[in-house]
Design a protein around this ligand. Structure first.
Ligand SMILES: Cc1cc2nc3c(=O)[nH]c(=O)nc-3n(C[C@H](O)[C@H](O)[C@H](O)COP(=O)(O)O)c2cc1C
Length: 364
């Protein structure tokens, strides 16, 4: 891999965050981001990220301690802004459907409790204690107090937008950068919308719209699988690209093997946006669960209630390797994923970017 000059925005962003490459391994809650994945990415010169949304403060503390034994390189931690549920009742038809699915999957004593405890203040305390200097938010904005506490600790702060208007709100709030996430992205739509559904704009018009409207760095995310697409987002105005699915299938990722296999075998038509696993739109591979729940999606409670209601179903399906009932989150570009180790993936991405900039974009 030879060296070449990045765009000015990208170079500035890399210098600021002490990165060699404008590549971020996207935060992914729910399994893939073990210490091995995150530290190998950061040690390779890109930015490793932890999706810490569902972690207890103890688990987060332990992760950060283990990370510090594996790497001195910068680390990015992502937190979720989850509102306490306000809905009280679950539609009776949904109760029947979920009970039937739970029985089919083999969940014993399935119950419809949906207690939820917000743990963000405890998580922020741990981030400050362990001196995490790059923090992002998904599903909403933190309180001013939470924001200022992290800012005073010297952290670089980002939040996720699914539309130009959301990006504007994030910039006005005082964030240092915006993660601009298109509907092609794997996993949940991470923007500010509190409804089941979020804005569906493709990545390039979204980047261009945000670039024309706000003046802080843009991190592009959603469907980026190779160096050619990274180059396209940088040319469009992003400072870095955040890739989830491409890293989810690497050797170092802690995602289940069955999940990786489904992604690696997927086609361009394999993914869909599903709301019935969690109550919030998320992209993953179509399966029996998404098919049998689709017609009733508007009747499912909103996030995080449905997420809690399907937790034991997903856990049992994972245990029994029943991919038909697992939430196989991945982006629309899943069919372009490659079975590589992290270092080879990052070098390949950079080679492709170099090729895109130096060879493909020649004007005669
Ligand atoms: C399994 C999985 C879990 C995810 N969890 C989070 C999360 O906790 N926080 C977040 O901001 N984004 C999360 N995302 C979204 C990613 O950060 C990123 O936006 C997305 O993976 C980009 O699309 P791609 O997968 O096509 O590269 C998740 C994505 C996946 C695939």
């Amino acid at each position: 891999m030879s060296s070449f000059t990045l765009t000015q925005d990208s170079q500035k962003f890399c210098n600021l965050l002490k990165l060699k490459y404008p590549i971020i391994q996207a935060p992914m809650a729910g399994g893939p981001c073990g210490v091995e994945l995150v530290s190998t990415v950061s040690n390779s010169g890109a930015l490793g990220s932890l999706g810490a949304g569902y972690m207890s403060s103890n688990a987060l503390d332990e992760f950060l301690l283990n990370y510090s034994n594996s790497s001195d390189a910068p680390l990015h931690v992502n937190l979720m802004i989850i509102d306490e549920p306000i809905e009280k009742d679950i539609n009776p038809e949904i109760q029947i459907l979920l009970k039937k699915i739970a029985k089919d999957v083999g969940v014993k004593d399935y119950n419809l409790d949906f207690t939820f405890k917000n743990q963000i203040d405890e998580q922020i305390k741990i981030l400050i204690k362990r001196e995490v200097k790059i923090v992002s938010f998904t599903f909403g904005l933190p309180s001013k107090l939470q924001f200022n506490t992290l800012k005073e600790s010297g952290a670089f702060l980002m939040a996720t937008a699914n539309s130009v208007r959301e990006a504007q709100e994030i910039a006005e709030f005082g964030f240092d950068a915006i993660i601009v996430q298109s509907h092609s992205a794997g996993g949940h739509r991470g923007g500010l919308a509190k409804t089941q559904y979020a804005n569906r704009i493709d990545l390039l018009p979204l980047i261009r719209g945000v670039k024309k409207t706000v003046n802080i760095p843009i991190v592009a995310s959603g469907g980026i699988m190779d160096g050619y697409s990274i180059a396209a987002t940088l040319v469009a105005g992003a400072s870095a690209a955040s890739l989830g699915t491409a890293f989810l299938v690497t050797k170092e990722s802690a995602a289940d093997e069955i999940w990786k296999k489904e992604i690696l075998a997927s086609k361009d038509t394999s993914t869909t946006l599903i709301t019935t696993f969690s109550g919030k739109e998320a992209r993953g591979i179509k399966n029996k669960f998404s098919e049998i729940t689709k017609d009733m999606e508007d009747s499912f409670p909103t996030y995080p209630i449905t997420n809690t209601l399907t937790k034991s179903i997903r856990a049992k399906a994972k245990e029994k390797l029943l991919s038909d009932y697992m939430s196989l989150w991945c982006g629309q570009g899943s069919f372009l994923s490659r079975d590589l180790d992290v270092k080879t993936l990052i070098h390949t991405l950079m080679d492709e970017m170099e090729n895109a900039f130096k060879e493909t974009m020649k004007f005669v």
